[in-house]
Ligand binder design. Sequence first.
Ligand SMILES: N=C(N)NCCC[C@H](NC(=O)CCC(=O)O)C(=O)O
Length: 446
Amino acid sequence: MKHFEVNFDGLVGPTHNYAGLSFGNVASLSNAKAASNPRQAAKQGLKKMKALHDLGLKQGVLAPQERPDMATLRRLGFTGTDAQVLAKAAKDAPHLLAACCSASSMWTANAATISPSADTHDGRVHFTPANLTNKFHRSLEPAVTGRILKAIFSDERYFKHHKHLPDNDHFGDEGAANHTRLCSQYGHAGVELFVYGREAFNSQAPAPRRYPARQTLEASQAIARLHGLDESNVVFMQQNPEVIDAGVFHNDVISVGNQNVLFYHQDAFANTAADFAEIQRKFGEHPLHFIEVPRQSVSVSEAVKTYLFNTQIVTLPSGHMAIIAPTECEESDAVSRYLAELVEKDTPIKEVRYMDVKESMKNGGGPACLRLRVALNDQELAAANPHCLLDDALFTRLNGWVDKHYRDQLHVADLADPALLTESRQALDELTQILALGSVYPFQLA
Ligand SMILES: N=C(N)NCCC[C@H](NC(=O)CCC(=O)O)C(=O)O
């Protein structure tokens, strides 16, 4: 049996904008109210997907959410026609309108946590959408995320879908951004690392003071239980609260793993020595590479600025690993020097590829935020919706679809434009046909 890691990248939605919605996310706040370019953002994302496909990797596409989220605006008390709802929200509560227009579902690392069949008790692939409770605009995502995942992974013989955790900060869950899996081969049982920011039911435990810890230990434990993971294959690790306060709002901004490599910053974790000893013990005999980046080489603030750790480490068909980094890393002397040295060292990482995802980066989303990893064997892959797997034809078709429907400039003031709602719904209606998703959006189900 063959095994693959399939990266499902989020397609950037037509309302991509900079609204400064994410307290604790430095880029989101510093670019608040800047003009965005949704067309370019979507094309940058597609280009990254195509580049990974061309490297010989399996690449999937996840559809964006319906925005503006009219159902939520109505639930919050705005009434009348769609145009009236938008106008009233823009006048009385522009912050709510912005939240209901965010294209944040593009960062599919936050869509869900996924455990491959080799790790779970029932031998199925388990999916739990993230509740994203810490940010209102993101808390609007899980129901539709669940529907989209079910439309791709529908065969119950292979796939098990759970409901997102209770919508409360005690169970704040940010999905795969705080979850990494180490393994010798994708199809072999691995060690799943769950990294959390605070303990919700223990006020004595360490926690950040300035910025929120979005993921709780209790949420991570619940996911491990739901997915039927064996205690001997799971490690719960606390993120260093000081780095959360320095702008590391998800663990994937300070560490990334792939197969037998864990690449991380010296300051990433609260209890590095004890946690790594547990990982090593649970991982067994196979060689494991802990690649630590010392703060003398790259400071935490440089890592946050450049997203050195929000890189994708991928295993190429040759067996070597490549690191897919944002161009911001190339533009930093310290980081580009570090990466040039890294590929010469005795580790599996042998090449660096820089990708331009600047439209996403300005909201704090790097290459790794834009993808959700799903490890599948060949039977599971054959059972997944083939229309969501990228090939040259789908790449060309999606580029044409973006050209047809997307604006090349969007200001926060444009979010109330009723034409944007019509354009977005037309685009998404066509997209569900291209990706053969059926009806997944509220406007399609109404
Ligand atoms: N690290 C990972 N995996 N994902 C990055 C998510 C970025 C996202 N930004 C935003 O939601 C900003 C939207 C705005 O401000 O308009 C967030 O903070 O949740």
